[in-house]
Ligand binder design. Structure first.
Ligand SMILES: [Zn+2]
Length: 185
């Protein structure tokens, strides 16, 4: 029996239809699906490049930024931003309809910009196997538990909580922080 007669039941990685593959590494039901998947990947890469270009164009010394710029820079939703503005957590100025400008410094203390590339990791204690999504920035902890940044720092030191510095932001695992402060609340 030659390889050409092999029939391996698989699910197409593009259209999700079941098909019979001739080799174990076949991922798509047809040449067409393979091409479409390739195009979609290219499109994604192009979108990311475009996004980086837009981010690069936002001057870093402007104290107030637009909602759209904040979405780009910090990877958070418009809804989240508007909610924080309504709650008074982020100072905003209104230059007219659809022309809200918000304080970049305030939003930076809560969220790290997406553009920061992990620099050489500084002062790490313990091992840090957590993704950014599994971590709090210090500002998020002070917000969530209503405690001061120095209380947070002390707790991190005392409990040898692993931390990760990205740019000027320090990240610590949510799970460790929740353990310490949830009961206190
Ligand atoms: Zn397919």
């Amino acid at each position: 029996m030659g390889y050409s007669k092999l029939k391996i039941p698989k699910i197409c990685a593009h259209c999700s239809k079941p098909f019979e593959a001739k080799t174990v590494i076949t991922r798509f039901c047809s040449r067409e699906c393979g091409q479409k998947a390739g195009n979609a990947k290219k499109k994604n890469t192009r979108r990311e490049v475009k996004q980086q270009e837009l981010i690069a164009r936002i001057p870093s010394n402007r104290p107030y930024i637009s909602i759209a710029e904040a979405v780009l820079l910090f990877g958070i939703s418009r809804d989240t931003i508007y909610r924080l503005v309504r709650m008074g957590k982020i100072p905003a100025i209104n230059l007219g309809e659809r022309l809200t400008r918000i304080s970049r410094a305030h939003i930076e203390t809560m969220f790290a910009p997406l553009t920061v590339v992990p620099a050489t990791p500084e002062k790490q204690s313990g091992k840090m196997d957590y993704s950014q999504a599994e971590c709090y920035a210090i500002g998020e902890i002070t917000e969530k538990f209503g405690i001061s940044p120095s209380t947070v720092s002390n707790a991190i030191r005392r409990n040898s909580i692993p931390k990760k510095q990205i740019g000027k932001f320090v990240y610590v695992p949510k799970i460790e922080i929740d353990k310490i402060f949830t009961n206190r609340k």
